[in-house]
Design a protein around this ligand. Structure first.
Ligand code: KE4
Length: 421
């Protein structure tokens, strides 16, 4: 009996989140015993250079000592109080200082909850019901967003999920990422009915697809023209692309931002925020209801504060970009040496190797990638001690803890794996 067999007896699919089950790459998932720096160690003692990084939160790497110390200090005083604490104010102040479009912010416990609440707020603010999302973008598993979602749903080829009533999914309109005409067409079809457009400013759940041709600014212009709110789901890009996320990187300001992952430093924290005029509608200051027993949990706040404080270190993002560029160049060089033309999309410390020769700038081109070759690549790299996302339509994350030696080992493993595909 394997650990996975034991888990499957008592947990659906043996995992607490579907993509971890290796369904799209085959084989059994490794169980992690511990992590440190750029590494994870499985229960057999095998060590991997980790590019999953808990799906984004661990921009500092595993077991960052400042984060651990902060959590331990906090834990010595208790785990949760159900009453306000100064740490919640401190993390909120850090976020509002680092992302100017966010004047007020509400903490929640997962990205799903952040996006679900942001959409309710947009509907409450505009008094409209319909929303626009993009095919292949993933915003968590709340009912209205499990419509042509990305991430694990893409891999499973299940464009939406059973259990989502048509009456709810029917309020979700689908546009194509990087194609503003599909958005404007929907605004024409449903004038005055669309509360918001929600977008991953860099799509990272169909693999990594950056915005092109001023797409984000065009989205903002269309939303302003139509009286709809623009929501940036920065749960991956927030504090990943820059100290002020994708909105700072591209210079486009949304009305509401959803955050997660990095702001919790690996503990369950997410948040949604925006300008005061909108956020004051959130209960108890306003009538848009949202609540959470463990929202603003002190341990999670401590981890988030310690993480964001370190990101403010001068040169942090410059160094992270140097590491990521070094890795990308090494991988590109390998492919030209081997005469391979796979598409490597990369932006700052986010990347994705698509097993297609098409330029990948949309959902349709992303899904032209060959998931069977990806599965072989994934296992070839795993055997060589490199842990990647166990699915083609995810991102590869570089952390501050990845050393030059790690990157060289990865480039070598990448060459050997592609050569033997
Ligand atoms: P959570 O509810 O999983 O905390 O966040 C949902 C979410 C929202 N928005 C974006 C842009 C996201 O990427 C996510 C979650 N990301 C996936 C990986 N692509 C988490 C991994 C998983 O599902 O296990």
């Amino acid at each position: 009996m394997s650990l996975f067999d034991d888990a499957k007896k008592v947990i659906p699919g043996g995992v607490n989140s579907p993509v971890r089950a290796f369904a799209s790459v085959g084989g059994e998932p490794y169980f992690v015993e511990r992590g440190y720096g750029s590494k994870v160690v499985d229960t057999n003692g095998k060590e991997y250079i980790d590019y999953v990084c808990s799906w984004g939160p661990l921009i500092l790497g595993h077991c960052d000592q400042d984060v651990i110390r902060a959590v331990k200090e906090c834990a010595d005083k208790g785990t949760s109080y159900g009453a306000p604490t100064v740490r919640e104010t401190k993390l909120a102040e850090l976020i509002t200082e680092m992302i100017p479009s966010i004047e007020m912010v509400r903490m929640v416990n997962s990205g799903t909850e952040a996006v679900m609440s942001a959409i309710r707020l947009a509907r409450g603010f505009t008094n409209r019901d319909m929303i626009i999302k993009f095919e292949g973008c993933y915003h968590g598993h709340s009912d209205g967003l499990l419509v042509k979602a990305g991430s694990g749903l893409l891999t499973f080829g299940a464009p939406s999920s059973p259990g989502v009533p048509v009456s709810i999914a029917g309020n979700t309109l689908i546009a194509q990422y990087n194609d503003i005409s599909t958005v404007d067409k929907l605004f024409l079809e449903y004038p005055g009915k669309i509360a918001c457009v929600i977008v991953e400013p860099v799509a990272a759940n169909m693999g990594v697809v950056p915005p092109e041709d001023n797409f984000l600014q065009k989205l903002k212009t269309s939303c302003e023209r139509e009286g709809a709110l623009l929501i940036f789901d920065e749960i991956i890009t927030g504090f990943r692309l820059s100290l002020s996320g994708a909105q700072g990187y591209y210079g486009v300001t949304p009305d509401i931002t959803a955050l997660g992952k990095i702001i919790g430093g690996g503990l369950p924290v997410a948040a949604y925020g925006g300008r005061r005029e909108i956020m004051k509608l959130v209960s108890p200051s306003g009538s848009v209801y949202q609540a959470g027993t463990l929202s603003g949990n002190p341990l999670a706040m401590a981890a988030g504060i310690a993480t964001l404080e370190k990101l403010k270190t001068p040169g942090f993002y410059k160094k992270l970009k140097e590491k990521s560029d070094y890795l990308r160049c090494g991988m590109d060089e390998n492919m030209s040496k081997l005469g391979l033309k796979y598409t490597l999309n990369s932006i700052e410390s986010l990347s994705c190797l698509f097993f297609t020769e098409h330029k990948v700038d949309s959902y349709q081109t992303a899904i032209s990638a060959d998931t069977k070759i990806y599965a072989k690549y994934f296992h070839g790299m795993l055997e060589r001690g490199i842990a990647l996302a166990p699915a083609q339509f995810e991102a590869m994350f570089v952390s501050a803890a990845h050393t030059d030696a790690d990157l060289d080992t990865t480039i070598k493993a990448h060459y050997e794996t592609l050569k033997n595909l």
